[in-house]
Design a protein around this ligand. Sequence first.
Ligand SMILES: [Zn+2]
Length: 411
Amino acid sequence: MGTIKFGCLLLLISFGGLRISAQTPQQPKQIVIAASTVLDGKGGVLRDTRIVVEGSKIIRIDPNAAPVNYDLRGLTVSPGWIDSHVHITWSFGPDGKNAGAAGTTPYATYAAAANAWATLLAGFTTVQSVGSPNDIPLRDAIARGALPGPRILTSAEPLFGRNEQSGTPDEIRAFIRKQKEAGADLIKIFAAGSVRRSQMLLSQEQLNAACDEAKKLGLRTLVHAYKDAVRAAVLAGCTQIEHGPLATDDDLRLMVQKGVWLDPQAGLVMENYLLNKERFAATPGYPEEVFPMIKAMIPAYHDFFKQALKIQGLKIVFGSDALAGSHGRNAEEFIDRVRDGGVDPMAAMVSANSVAAEALGIGNQIGSIAAGFEADIIALDGNPIKDITAVRRVVFVMRAGVVYKNNSYKK
Ligand SMILES: [Zn+2]
């Protein structure tokens, strides 16, 4: 990581004797953040304390640490958010129309970099992109500090269910291995169509092969699923269900039993299609007649969210499905979840902090404000627990100890 190096090497010459000590390492510089309200990422709230950062990490929480470098008192401080489901390269083209996620022109490439920057400024310090092979160079450029953006985990090329045409179990296993070799951090699988066309696009046998091979390679599997595909993915040992409407209570209880995560959406992705209708209309996959259907579908997603909340022990993670038009507006999904999905505001916050980090398999590195965690720290003007719309007012963003945004003085 190309984080900022603090201080410099000092050439210290001792005049007291003959000994010349060159390049004595300086004490690593610490950054002290003062805060009056800190959401710890696990559902707890710290009051009137200071967060001490050294390099890319939080090294301690100490109310007496000094001197203060960033005074975030009066704001709400939180771990940077994690969006478990985005399409970071998906953009509008030079003509303003939906250009999908697969573009490789200079225009598409810069648009993807701009999506990453917008996402980071909106308080999202980690995203899981599900995904495109074009994610990989962007992920790597951000990781080495060459571009600003959130930490990216990517699925590279997803496995699109096409029934028999998806291949034999052996062919599917080979496809999964190919993604691993290409640098995928996880595997994305499309196992069903949509709420309207919910039939399975992969057989149980095909799903078994995909999720088993991924597991052998140490990769998690995120499965786009509705209705019967939800149960089939759970039975196949897959890690996480994306979307999920039309699953039954029994299916959801089976998820609890098998420790499978659920990433349902409460609105942003559909609202975004409607908001940017002119830009999506008549582009591949978005015929004119689809928009009234999308609008009509929204209540089904709200109802599914409420259904899922009633299932004891179900692990619900935050994922906005951000695509062209919604990068940088990911936090709108929090508002939808609280306002329309019936989610408790603190649960909504935690679903994008420690719960999401755990789902990503890095719950000991990100998603919490505590000693030893990455210094991914944001501040909001307002308190989202009292007013969820405060998630729109991110005024401070630090990722891995580097400050990318600081409008806190305007508070
Ligand atoms: Zn998606």
